[in-house]
Design a protein around this ligand. Structure first.
Ligand SMILES: Cc1cc2nc3c(=O)[nH]c(=O)nc-3n(C[C@H](O)[C@H](O)[C@H](O)COP(=O)(O)OP(=O)(O)OC[C@H]3O[C@@H](n4cnc5c(N)ncnc54)[C@H](O)[C@@H]3O)c2cc1C
Length: 438
């Protein structure tokens, strides 16, 4: 029975562990936190349909609500467009702790073992092959290590350079967020229950305020790290614009990071596969990190189960990378290019786009739920063309023009990903891919 270590209890990693255990693998998850401390003290939105292919039961009705319409505002909040949530909404909002309970209970029921309070320090290697993990409690060996340690994964960072797996992040690769729930001040009806403001108060990033019946949920996200004092200043400004937002913190109140960059160019090696945030599977500007990780979990489990050689080598695991890129990566990576455009714009330029009306509710993109990233991506391209035509600023026009060209080239490049793993060929491809996002 092949032995598999899941390093870090990421969502996709746990789901993959469950499918593998169900298929006879000996799987152990090593997680730094206690079970009850896993995940954040807040809610997440994800596409509930991603659970079924993994055999994970749909959450009980009292554990989720459906996502509401989102009002996108420009920095001045003078203009906005609405992203409507259709009635048969596949995206659900759940407490992160409940998502973890769902995944862990399922994994345990399939035979996955969990070792909590194990702080992973590094990958263990035999030559270039990953053979296990070193933790604060000891060294553990396996036939395959699945890296579910998140965007700052210590496993990824301690792999040998010759594998060509990117370790360090670049500017604008991460989004820094503060999130907390506050009391709800005014009890009057709130028209825009989920309001998201771009470049709020002139800072490059977003803020959102979700007004629920009993509380308000605030997120402040920026392209650069910020501290508690700056978060409090931003909160005061957001409060001035949102009457329902009270000052009494109910829960949350921590800082975290979300990857907003292209998916890892090489996510496998001998004895190693990255999944979830450790492979940067979030859709930049949109999120969907949980749903994308769950989709990856099914692909990865199927590839491992089908590995008749039982070598779990880069050659066999490469099929996972190819399939993931074909079904998910191809659709989401253009958003990393769009992010570069947004990050380079000024608040005034963003307001100008909103004021021009090209994003207004009648635009097609406004009607597409996040879950349909492919359609959103096609419409984003259409909007990008309209935004380019809006500006006379030569530099911005050039950047948008280049981005439009790159988006077209990117899908060709992904289609030309080597069919078989050869270190040389794969690394050459990875260099071309990463250069697209410079
Ligand atoms: C404020 C915020 C809001 C978000 N909202 C949404 C949303 O609404 N919908 C959505 O789909 N996504 C959302 N995301 C993104 C989502 O959290 C991730 O994309 C998703 O969880 C996939 O990441 P992961 O599970 O692979 O990694 P992570 O969530 O980072 O989990 C990694 C796990 O590995 C463990 N670990 C890390 N290092 C070590 C170590 N050295 N030793 C042992 N264990 C370790 C961690 O403790 C953790 O349990 C949000 C993120 C943030 C920060």
């Amino acid at each position: 029975m092949a032995k598999i270590i899941v390093a870090g209890g990421g969502h996709g990693a746990i789901a993959c562990a469950a499918v593998l255990a169900e298929n006879g693998f000996d799987v152990t998850v090593y997680e730094q936190h206690k079970r009850e401390d896993m995940g954040y003290d807040w809610t997440d939105i994800f596409d509930g349909r991603t659970l079924k292919p993994l055999g994970i039961p749909y959450p009980e009705k009292d554990k989720y609500t459906v996502k509401s319409d989102v009002i996108f505002c420009g920095p001045s909040e003078n203009n906005y467009f609405v992203q409507r949530s259709p009635k048969n909404q596949p995206e659900i909002r759940m407490e992160r702790k409940d998502i973890y309970n769902l995944l862990i209970d399922f994994a345990v029921s399939k035979g996955v073992k969990f070792e909590f309070e194990h702080n992973i320090k590094s990958a263990l290697l035999a030559g270039d092959r990953v053979t296990g993990i070193k933790t604060d409690k000891g060294e553990y060996y396996a036939d395959l290590v699945l890296d579910g340690c998140g965007c700052e994964s210590v496993i990824r960072k301690t792999l040998p350079d010759c594998l060509g797996i990117q370790k360090n992040l670049k500017e604008n690769d991460l989004f820094y967020v503060y999130r907390a729930f506050y009391n709800r001040k005014a009890k009057d009806t709130v028209e825009n229950r989920f309001k998201l403001t771009l470049f709020s108060n002139g800072h490059h990033g977003i803020s959102w305020v979700t007004t629920e019946d009993d509380y308000t949920d605030v997120l402040i996200g920026r392209f650069k790290p910020f501290n508690k004092k700056e978060a409090n200043e931003a909160l005061a400004q957001i409060r001035a614009m949102n009457e329902a937002l009270g000052a009494k913190k109910l829960r949350g109140g921590s800082f975290a990071t979300i990857p907003i960059r292209q998916t890892l160019a090489i996510m496998v090696a001998d004895g190693y596969a990255a999944i979830g945030d450790s492979a940067f599977m979030t859709t930049p500007l949109i999120g969907s990190g949980i749903a994308n990780a769950l989709k990856a979990a099914k692909i990865l489990a199927d590839v491992i189960i089908a590995d008749e050689t039982k070598t779990y080598s880069a050659e066999t695991l490469w099929k996972y990378q190819r399939k993931y890129y074909q079904s998910v990566g191809m659709i989401i990576t253009p958003f990393a290019l769009l992010k570069n455009v947004v990050a380079s714009m000024t608040p005034e330029q963003i307001d100008y786009v909103f004021d021009s009306g090209i994003l207004e509710a009648k635009s097609k993109a406004a009607k597409i739920p996040h879950a349909k990233a492919a359609e959103l991506s096609a419409n984003a391209l259409e909007i990008l063309v309209r935004v380019r035509n809006l500006f006379s600023d030569k530099q911005l026009k050039k950047l948008i023009g280049n981005t439009i060209t790159k988006i077209a080239k990117l899908s060709l490049l992904i289609s030309s990903m080597p069919k078989e793993y050869s270190r040389n060929e794969v690394q050459k491809w990875a260099q071309k891919y990463n250069r697209m996002f410079d």
